[in-house]
Structure formats: C-alpha cells, structure tokens
Design a protein around this ligand. Structure first.
Ligand SMILES: [Mn+2]
Length: 375
C-alpha cells in the first residue's frame, strides 16, 4: 500500500496526518491544481456536493449515500472548512483524494477558503489546537490560493505575517486578523473558481456577478490575487439568488450581491447552459430550486453547526444529465464530548454581516451558532 493510500485510510478514520505529511501532500496537490482552470471542465456522470464545513462524520455519511471516490465522480462546491470540529481532517481527506484520483474529484473554492475568513470561523484555531503551530493552516491556505506564478512552487510562503517580528509572536498574539494581513499576495494564483459540467450545468460556490455575463469573462479573471473584497471573483464566491430582488441588490453578507430571476435567465441564455448549481446557503430541505428551475442550491452539511436541524443533499447527474437528489441526515453519533471553546472574541472581530453568513442574517441561526460556540 502506498503512503498516499495509507494516509487516505488514516484520514477516513478521522485521524489527522503528521505535519510533514501535510506539507508533502499539499505540495503534490499544487502540481495538480495549478493545471486547473477558472471554469474547470467536468464530465458526467458526476455527484455535486455543497458546503461541508468541517463536519467530518457527516461527510462520511455523504460518501455512504453517494458512494466512494473514485467509483463515484465528485464535484465539491467549496466551504470545506470552518464551523465544524474537523476542518483539518475534512479538507485533508478531500485533498488526498484529489491527489490520488485527480480526474474523479473536483474541488472548487468557497468563500471560506480564504486566510481572513478561516481566522475568524475556526480553521485557524483548529490547526493551532491540533498541531500546536499554524504551519498546517499555512500549508492549507496556500493550497486555497497560493500557487507560483510560473508553474509549480517548491516551497510554501514563509512566515505567518510581516506584522510580527517572528512566527512565534504571531502565535502568541492569538489574534488571527493581525496575523497574515501583510502576507505578500503578488504571486498568489487562484484556481478553480467554478466548473462546467458537459457544457450545460454551470457550478459555482456563491452565484453571479454584475461584472460577469459570459463564461469567457470568468476564464479571463486575473488569478494572481487573494480573494478580493469586491469584484467578479468575490461575487462568484459570495453572491446569493433572491426572490424579492429584480436585477441586482445589496447583500446583507457585506460581500457579493443578491441577484434576481431575470439575471439568471439572461446568464443561462447567453451561455447556453441548462441551469446553475450553487451552494453557500443553508437550505433546511437540503436543496432548493428557484426561478423556474434555472438555479438550484445544494447544501451538504446536515444539522449545520450541529444545531440547525436541517437535512443535507447531494445532486447526482447521470451520463445524460438526468438529476437525482439524495437527501441525508446527520451522522448518528454525537460529537458532544468534543472540547468546545468559547470563541466569542473571534466572532466579535468580524464585521456584523459576517456573523450569520450562511443563514442570510435571519437571526435564528445566529442565536444557535453563538450559543454553540460559547458552551
Ligand atoms: Mn459559503
């Protein structure tokens, strides 16, 4: 059995890899990801999955329902990390599968695959807790967005940030946002912002952008940047469809836009696609069609944050693009013996619109989340 196969077996048991193994895995993954496109081509049959958010045991339920990779061809729409207790194991397992079976699993980027967001919503703290340093967080966030401008990098970015004199003081500050803010971003290359299944189903984490009307425009997005706070790339990862909006509206998330049915109709027509498949929003029933079946939200984190009481779904497309949703519930085992940490300080650091970013600020989920994180 190869090292990689052994690591996959280990990760399937929710046992994290050694730091040196994570580094080697991430370097291998970069070689593969650097070849992928802003609009990655995906063949059917394929099974589409929405947000996972570190809910490792629920992702195992997902694989039970959808079948193992590589037997099943998977497309994950991002937000692998944050919120749940096992972001490290969740992301590393998906990444190890990507390295082992590059043509059988596609990982596109969600708004949580970013340095800033992971420092507020859990992944940074989890890496620190499980490894005693931020190195693994650094390797993984480099995977999110750090690839060499001229091909495959041989080393990771150095240091946590330039604001602290040493990496040690970065750790001691225990204040993610002050760390890495000055991280050099000139050489960042962002991969795989979206996917196109058989030229007919456009898949993206968030939604559309007023700056984008064609797929070719997405293909030409400048990839040499960190996720910006506005503009096309930001919108693809942050935007949401909204019934009551005609055209474009302001998003309560503080990033991206709300977009209405006419925007979706125009996009599907001009790009000759059947519909848009996206994730990013908690849906109690696991999936939700909008705008006369021109856009569907797929949500794959059951009982989100171990509190929200929702079911999850994956969308299976057969070779003729016939659709079948598989709805599943949370893993039966309870994670209540996991040591919880109060992270209220971290919550307060983000702008208010980020606090409830996956529930559209409805309020009820926010109370649950705050309650959970501070038990
Ligand atoms: Mn999201």
């Amino acid at each position: 059995m190869s090292d990689l196969d052994r690591q996959i077996e280990q990760l399937k048991k929710c046992e994290p890899l050694k730091e040196s193994e994570v580094k080697a895995l991430c370097l291998k993954a970069m070689e593969i990801l650097v070849e992928e496109s802003n609009v990655q081509r995906v063949d059917a049959p394929v099974t589409i999955c929405g947000d996972i958010h570190g809910q490792f045991y629920d992702m195992k339920e997902l694989f039970k329902v959808g079948g193992d990779c590589p037997k099943t061809n998977y497309l994950f729409l991002g937000d692998f990390v944050d919120r749940g207790f096992y972001s490290v194991e969740t992301f590393l397992l998906l990444l190890a599968l990507k390295v082992r079976y590059p043509d059988r699993i596609t990982l596109i980027r969600g708004n949580h695959e970013s340095r800033q967001i992971t420092q507020v919503y859990g992944f940074y703290d989890e890496c620190l807790r499980k490894y005693g340093s931020v190195n693994v967080w650094r390797y993984c966030t480099d995977i999110f967005d750090y690839l060499s401008k001229n091909g495959v990098p041989t080393e990771f970015s150095s240091g946590g940030c330039t604001g602290c004199p040493t990496n040690d003081s970065c750790l001691l500050s225990n204040n993610g946002l002050s760390c890495d803010v000055h991280h050099p971003i000139e050489d960042h290359v962002v991969q795989c912002l979206s996917a196109l299944i058989e030229n007919k189903v456009f898949s993206v984490h968030g939604g559309l952008s007023p700056a984008i009307s064609t797929l070719d425009q997405i293909r030409t997005i400048d990839r040499k940047q960190e996720v910006p706070h506005d503009g096309a790339m930001c919108d693809l990862l942050w935007s949401d469809p909204e019934d009551i909006v005609d055209g474009w509206g302001l998003s309560p998330r503080g990033a991206g836009f709300l977009f209405g049915g006419s925007v979706v109709t125009s996009f599907t027509h001009s790009n000759n696609i059947d519909y848009i498949c996206r994730a990013h929003q908690l849906v109690m029933e696991g999936y939700k069609w909008m705008f006369r079946n021109q856009i569907v939200t797929v949500w794959s984190a059951p009982n989100y944050c171990y509190r929200c009481g929702n079911v999850a779904a994956i969308l299976e497309l057969d070779e003729n693009l016939n659709k079948q949703f598989r709805v599943f519930d949370a893993a039966p085992q309870c994670n209540s013996n996991y040591p919880m940490q109060c992270v209220i300080g971290s919550w307060n650091m983000g702008p208010p619109s980020f606090i409830c970013q996956d529930s559209r600020g409805s309020g009820s989920c926010k109370r649950r989340l705050l309650h959970l994180d501070c038990m």
